[in-house]
Design a protein around this ligand. Sequence first.
Ligand code: ATP
Ligand code: MG
Length: 426
Amino acid sequence: MAKSIQAIRGMNDCLPEQTPVWQKVENILKQVVSSYGYSEIRMPIVESTHLFKRSIGEVTDIVEKEMYTFDDRNGDSLTLRPEGTASCVRAGNEHGLLYNQERRLWYIGPMFRHERPQKGRYRQFHQFGVEVFGMASADIDAEVILMTAQFWQQLGLTDHVELQLNSLGSNEARAIYRDALVAFLTEHESALDEDSKRRMHTNPLRVLDSKSAAVQAILVDAPKLSDYLDQESKDHFAKLCQILDAAGVKYVVNEKIVRGLDYYNRTVFEWVTESLGSQGTVCAGGRYDGLVEQIGGKATPAVGFAMGLERLVLMLDTLDLNQDIAPEVDVYSVLVGEGTDIQGMLLTQQLRQTLPSIKVMNHCGGGNFKKQMKRADKSGARIALILGESEMETNQVTVKDLTGKNEQQTVAQSALAEVVATMLEN
Ligand code: ATP
Ligand code: MG
């Protein structure tokens, strides 16, 4: 026998048992984002490698060690997108959507990062993201955060996530802070771990979110970013907090949130959970006023976020919040006797036309009554339509409520849709 071929490590199949949970999450996200009037944008999965190097930053984890980069047949360096923001800005610039305009956009799709696969961390994963362009004020930061709060509410996750907020200030303020931080870290260099020693020179703010307890102990006395914020950024942050307070959205200010990517300024935020172990960030975002210009457009303020769908699905599973998922079949036909295969096909076809929102599965392949009833049960259907020889003779059909809530009825085939609709409601 030939050796079987398996999926690439860290790239998962989503099997039929799991897809209903995914569909539930995706439907809720899409419904909420459209209730805010946002428009969908779809970008390619592969982009020029330069795009990510220039936008995400050369000295970030993503660009240094996580990208799937390869040369195509022309020798051009391409990369499977590790995130959506850069592609979205690239598309916006390319099609003239951004400059001097207001755009509220969202996207959904797979992203690729070569990380060590573990629970909540994969090499192909999926993000739902929002990017808003053309607004510099704190009210739009608040709007996107309120939208995320609405997601949790609709998903039933509000009690299981916490909002952490920070302000990174302006680029100028952050540069001054960076110097102060590097001076402090240099003084304590001998006590830092290897990772932090390296980051200290390449991306010093990232030392702040080091996972090492020893490094965190040293950081207690480090200069604080909040002491370096420019007045405008302070006002911006105060306004954001004021709106969140008014809307009753709880948050904690966490000065350690700096985000891994170069492009953020001012507001940064993360929604974290304790339900998933160490992969606790389910949504992350912030303001990135410099990015559009950095990748060749005209200066345009922007704010956005991305969330990891695998982590949301895991949370719903872990917290056992998927009881409300509707079965994939409402009605299953049971066809026993001469001519019932054809009549069953026609009857169910007609039923779907009259009641397009109900899910009707027609039995195929014959078999005895008992076997077909077992299939009906296994399908999860609420109702079995039974078409036997006696029903064929009288142009009737038997409608059986498999939950036993309603009496079994034998009715005219022409009345089927009405009877099914009533039974499903009761
Ligand atoms: P982490 O600190 O967990 O590595 P990140 O800062 O790299 O996250 P972002 O680039 O901000 O993550 O991506 C936004 C969200 O996408 C994360 O909060 C997470 O929910 C999800 N995510 C990121 N990387 C992965 C991955 N490898 N597998 C699954 N989900 C991921
Ligand atoms: Mg990461």
